[in-house]
Every structure is written in C-alpha cells, then in structure tokens.
Design a protein around this ligand. Sequence first.
Ligand code: DHE
Length: 515
Amino acid sequence: MIRPIVFSSALILSALAAQADPAQTYGAECAACHGEDRLGGTGPALIPQTLKRMRGPNLISVITHGRAATQMPAFGEMLDEDQIAALADYLKTPLDSVPEWQPEQIEQTRWIDPDYTPADTPVFDADPLNITLVVETGDHHVSVLDGDSFEVLDRFETPFAVHGGPKFSPEGRYVFIMSRDGWVQKYDIWSLQQVGRVRAGLNSRNIAMSHDGKHLAVANYLPMTLTILSTEDLSVERVMPVIGKDGRKSRVSAVYQAPQRRSFILALKDTPEIWEVATDPEAEPIYEGFVHSREKGMIEGLPSSEGLFARRRIMLHQPLDDFFFTDDYRHLIGAARDTGRGVVVNLNVGREIAELPLPGMPHLGSGISWERDGKRVMATPHLKEGMLSIIDTQDWTVNETIETDGPGFFLRSHENSPYFWADVFFGPNRDLMHVIDKQSLEIVKTLRPVPGATVAHVEFTRDGRHALVSVWEDDGAVLVYDAETLELVKRLPMRKPSGKYNVFNKITFSEGTSH
Ligand code: DHE
C-alpha cells in the first residue's frame, strides 16, 4: 500500500520559515562553504561589494544551475524560484557590521603550504625571465607559460576572482596574486609551487610590491585599511586605518609601487587626498614633502626616528583614482570621476599642477608611454567612449585623440615594437583589437580573431617579438601573434583568460605596460 506522505506541522512551519527567511536558507544551504558570516570559506565571500564586481552569469542563475568546474552545486531542484530570488536579494544586502580585520584575524588565515620545497635553481630549462603568467578567470587558475616555446609549464589554482596585476619580486622569482576577497597567494616560479596564502582584507582592490621586494601592500575597501605584509612569509607588518584629515574613513581605490621614490602611493576613494607611504627608513630626504613634514614634526603614525611606513598626505580638491605615473614617478595623472577631467599631481611638491580634458571615463591605469617627435607621450583608453587620448607629459596637453570602434579597457606595447595594441572591450565590436603605429597614430590593422568573442588585454614576450592576446571567453584562448607581421602563430586554449604578465617586462617596468 502506498502511504500518503504526512508532513508534521513542525516541518511545514520550518519550510515556510525558510521560504520567508532567506537568512535561514543561507544558514542551511550556503554557510558551510561561504561562512556563517558570508565572508567566505572554501567558497568566496557573498557580500554586495564582491558580488557586484563579478562578471558572468547572474546570481539567480548561479544559485539555480551552479557554477561549472567549481564546487558550487545547483540548487534549482532543492529551492523554488521564490526562495532563490529571496536568497539572491539577501546576498545583495550589506552586512550589519564589518568584522575586525586586524593583524590577529589576518594571522589566523595565514597558511604556508607544507608541501612547498624551494628549488635552488629553476626546475625548468626555459628562460625564467621570459615566463608569462596567464590569469584564467574561467576556473580560477594561472597558467605559467614559457615565453619562447609557449609551452604551459604549470597550471595552479588561485583564490576565487583574481583582480589586478600579479606583482613579482624584483628578481622575478616570486609572484603575488590577489583576489577580490582579499586573499593573497605567493607562488614560487623557479619551483613551480605555491608557497602560501593569507587573507589580508575582506574586499580588496589590488596589491603593490615595495622597491626592495620586502613588503607587499594590499589596498582594501573592506575594512577601510591598507594591509602591509612581509613578502618573506606573508605575516602582517602593519594594518593602517585609512582616515582622511577631515576624520572621514576612506576606502583605498588602489595602491601603487613607486620604486624610485621608495614608497607606496595610495589612491583614496572617499577623501580628497593621496597618501604616500615610505618603504625605506632612509628614503625621506629625497622627498621635499617628507622633509617639510618632518621639519614640522608632522609625520603621523610613527615616532619621527622611524621612516618605514611613515605617511605623507597630499591634499587634493576632490578624490582622484586610477593613476598613471610618469617614468620618473615625479608626476601622476588621476581621474576625477564623472567630471570629464584628469588632474596632474606633482608628487615632489605635493600638489595639483594641471588639468586635462578627459571625457568618457579615462582608464589611466592602463596608460602606456613612449617617445614621439622628441617628446614623451602617454596614451589612455576611455571606458565609456570609443577613443584614445594621447597626452604630452611635458606640457600636459591632450595632443591628439584616436577614434576607435568602441570603448576599450587595456593598452599594451613594448620598447622594441613600433605599434601599440588597443582592445575594444565594450559594445558590439568587442571582438576587435586595433594595432596602432606609435608615430603616425594610424590604425595599421584591426584584428577580429574570433567573430563574436571578446578579445582583450595584450602582453608582449620579453624581446617584444610576440604579442599575446586573450580571447576572453570560457572556452577561450591566448592567441600568439608575430608582433611585426601581425600574423597569428599559435593558439593556446585557456579558460576565460584575462590579464597576462611577462616577468621581464614587469620587473623592468617596461614603458609599454601598466605598472
Ligand atoms: Fe580592473 C587592473 C580597477 C574592472 C581586469 N583594475 C586594475 C587596477 C585597478 C583596477 C586600480 C590596477 C591594479 C594593479 O594592477 O595593480 N578594475 C578597476 C575598477 O575600478 C573597475 C573599473 C571596476 C571594478 O570592478 O573594480 C575594474 N578590471 C575590471 C574588470 O571588469 C576586469 C576587466 C575583469 C575583472 O577581472 O574584474 C578587470 N583590472 C583587470 C586586469 C588588470 C586590472 C586584468 C591588470 C591589468 C594589467 O595589465 O596590469
């Protein structure tokens, strides 16, 4: 006899409660992997700051169908449509309070891989300085490419949702990679092994390496801090709260390395200041600003005998972010959001010195520079307009603009190449890549490698002979072009490859690459 299924009233009540209360659904179905506090565990943090930055299928679809090639299962059969929609809304609500993320909490997350054994010399025959790392965002891996043979030497798992450029130690042996969840991973290229991981922030923007390779700074949105780690063992050296002169807390939009200045430069999102943080106790005499501050006894946060991590504030008229630095690191151009203006700041004297008309959200962080007609120019794409601006970095004028087939994200060139490459990242032509002559500023060729597939971000090999282009799709590829003939020479299948980073070009601060 088939017995009718009888639900107890307690069960019905709990099912109704779960339906009504997405927090309960979260606790039952998600917390084991994503953490009771939604700050992540084996799965990523599920907080609006992180979720709204994630590209790809929307939240409802991920909950319903799961995420291919990850641990994220499909809940479509377990939860009904209303429950999934309520859960998605719940995940988009901010946390009631942001937990402490001080050295003690960070230290608890620090993990050194017990299987890591450092090699004395590279465990491969390839040129260790011509290694190129490819970040594959499709399944959260990095491929380690031999830049001569284009063979994949290793493919390792990264934390979830890597963003920004990985940063190499000055000799090129180690690389540090950051995820939007604030995890920092250290990897040894010579040994082809992960060294360890630490969670330096809860929602982070990017990382920067100090001039001597000893310190790694992590720019955080959540909490509003700069975390400085020891590159040796990923231990915490300092957590700096970021508070403007007016007392307002600020998110850090980005942190940059300024090797000649022996400092980190911070772009602050919520307060009209730039911060400079010294990475060398002896460095301050080279900065006018530091000398003045010191004379006036204004070095904050540290006794005046200690210069390491001493901070200098540069006051602005409004917050600036997305910096491009001149090669000598004396000047930066920052974008004043939604104003159509770029602002030039002289870092030595510590003040704004010029303004530039830059409409359509310039993406200055992707800027590159080169010599043209005896002048040093820089080029920047614009995220909201199909154009590139060419700026004279002596008199701070916009020399020329180049019309493109749509707004772009990244530019790249190399000292040995007469061309620079500009992607069209947004809009119907996002499958196009322009190749532009650095002197005539003419578009010499427009590539459409895979019709309909986004192509973006270029990196050159160490000698500049090859240009590597990402086909930014889940079943994507890195396409290797001859940088002179512009012919395709190789196709390397990859899972949604985003940025690519050549060790030599990065550690020598090549003028053709963002730093
Ligand atoms: Fe990025 C670099 C900020 C969206 C991929 N991005 C950077 C850097 C900053 C920045 C400050 C320089 C850091 C560094 O390398 O040390 N990015 C921002 C934003 O504010 C923005 C517009 C909005 C946001 O979501 O935060 C943004 N970025 C994106 C994307 O949507 C991209 C295309 C895909 C993704 O991964 O999220 C993206 N950003 C990248 C990449 C770099 C990067 C690949 C490194 C470029 C390089 O060649 O160095």
